[in-house]
Design a protein around this ligand. Structure first.
Ligand SMILES: Cc1cc2nc3c(=O)[nH]c(=O)nc-3n(C[C@H](O)[C@H](O)[C@H](O)COP(=O)(O)OP(=O)(O)OC[C@H]3O[C@@H](n4cnc5c(N)ncnc54)[C@H](O)[C@@H]3O)c2cc1C
Length: 327
């Protein structure tokens, strides 16, 4: 199946994140499955021009730099309108983005405009009587096997599933597109930005020290915060904790909280319910600290310490300080 795969690159006024480039990983998986014959990046907004020329490294043969006065900042309807116009004009084999809030929002608008089905949060693809795909459903609590039949496959890749790594150093041809946008394209626009937290945040931290019911109280989080600070990390928690008012909802990890992928997730007094697990299952390494050696989190973690977190955490922090003092 030949044709272009359009990759909508997510960025914020030209700034990309680790997940931005994972859409190219999905595009490469489609190529490997026999869908499409080349990758074309779609970079929306003049502030992202600098990105367009470097996308050959991610597998793009071509970049389309889209300019318009309504596109200086993120605007979901306007971005969706642009993607819909590109689908209508170029009849690509597929259109993909990373399955973030923004990626899914833009593709949802685009596919509604051109009346195409949209499969969000895909984890695997294969060509078979249409496209056979696996995707994350119900907030991550189940994986669905589905078959997509459409003239253009519109897909987002589940975040942290496909590689966002550089895959080559090919040159890229950059085209500039100045679309005509309808008035409705500007219906939703960014009017202000509020910085919630300076420095390390839960979603960017390499180490997350997370607490559950076993922590016992708001004050009980002090040793978790202490260890997080020593490791340059952030504090997370389970829903029981936010329900009890011990920590704010912005710290909650899971299906109805944040999805994170730190290098190390330290789960303290967390049983490992599926709704929590889906929020941190992309962690590179998991250490469980729990009194119950049969807890789900202990069974799934790479490392576990069985015991009372209130004794273990201060001992770990003391040991880190002792070693640093002697280093
Ligand atoms: C629709 C829906 C959405 C949900 N979304 C989320 C979500 O986003 N995030 C989330 O976390 N949950 C979510 N939940 C709730 C989830 O099902 C669990 O109830 C919750 O994750 C359990 O939290 P916990 O592990 O802190 O508590 P518990 O399950 O009660 O586990 C406490 C653990 O602490 C251990 N423990 C106790 N004392 C100590 C100690 N002194 N030292 C060490 N270990 C100790 C125990 O052995 C136990 O394993 C959701 C539920 C539903 C139905």
């Amino acid at each position: 199946m030949s044709g272009e795969i359009l990759v909508v690159l997510e960025h914020d006024r030209g700034e990309t994140s680790d997940t931005s480039f994972q859409a190219f990983g999905l595009a490469r998986a489609l190529l490997a499955a026999g869908v499409g014959s080349s990758i074309t990046a779609v970079v929306i907004g003049a502030e992202a021009d600098a990105l367009a020329g470097g996308l050959g490294a991610y597998g793009a043969a071509r970049s389309i730099s889209v300019h318009h006065g309504e596109l200086t900042d993120y605007a979901p309807e306007a971005w969706g309108d642009v993607v819909a116009q590109l689908i209508a004009a170029r009849a690509p084999a597929a259109v993909v983005a990373t399955g973030t809030d923004r990626g899914n929002e833009v593709l949802a608008h685009a596919s509604a405009i051109v009346d195409l089905p949209f499969a969000a949060n895909v984890t695997d693809v294969a060509l078979a009587d249409g496209l056979s795909l696996t995707r994350v459903r119900w907030g991550g609590s189940l994986l669905e096997q589905a078959r997509l039949q459409a003239p253009v496959f519109v897909l987002s890749g589940s975040a942290h599933t496909f590689s966002g790594e550089v895959s080559g150093d090919a040159a890229v041809v950059v085209e500039v597109l100045e679309p005509t946008l309808g008035a409705s394209a500007a219906r939703t626009r960014v009017v202000d930005r509020v910085t919630l937290a300076a420095g390390i945040t839960l979603t960017t931290a390499a180490v997350v020290v997370s607490g559950g019911r076993g922590v016992g109280s708001a004050d009980g989080f002090a040793p978790l915060a202490e260890l997080a600070e020593l490791l340059g990390g952030a504090v997370g928690c389970s829903r029981v904790v936010t329900n009890n008012g011990w920590r704010p909802h912005s710290d909650q990890v899971g299906q109805t909280g944040k999805r994170i992928a730190p290098e190390l997730y330290i789960a303290c007094g967390i049983s490992g319910a599926i709704q929590h697990w889906v929020g941190m299952m992309a962690s590179k390494h998991v250490l469980a600290i729990n009194t119950d050696n049969e807890a789900n989190m202990v069974g799934k973690a790479e490392y576990a310490v069985i015991g009372d977190l209130h004794k273990i955490l201060p001992a770990v922090s003391d040991e880190i300080r002792r070693r640093r003092a002697n280093a």
